[in-house]
Design a protein around this ligand. Sequence first.
Ligand code: FES
Length: 175
Amino acid sequence: MTTLDKIPYIGPITKNEERVMVATGFRKWGMTGTHLAAMLMRDRIMQKENPYADIFSPQRFEADPMVKKFISAKTDVAGQLVKGKLDMRDQSLDALKNDEGAVVRINGKRAGAYKDQDGNLYLVDTTCTHMGCEVKWNSGDRTWDCPCHGSRFACTGEVVEGPAKEPLKKIDQQD
Ligand code: FES
């Protein structure tokens, strides 16, 4: 889903396979990325120069930097996993305003809280059901987003976007 430098791979898969093309790594921006891929591939087939071809070329990396970046990308996921678990800067539930979401502590336990515009409270377990990273509140879309692999959950915990398949666990304030 994501390339090493976060820019999609669009173009011939290798130098020796000029006629086999790939378009991938859109980071959930497929609606835009696939149109771009179609234009780049059309120009290549029509032997027309395209100023963006090199930027998206899957051959833009040499072997060594690729491995280095791959390791640092994996380390970043591991870092997010640990950082999320250790982060203790949680907000108090009482301080939560309407239409606001935050990570709070309830009976000493961490919980994701969102108060809707009418003051109804939704509580979820902030542990992502994909591989256990800690989700963060996205106030723009009013979703819980996972920094590790991009899963997104509604304020009620339902999966909005994978790779997670299971919803976030709901939390009862009495728990
Ligand atoms: S741990 Fe993979 S998306 Fe959350």
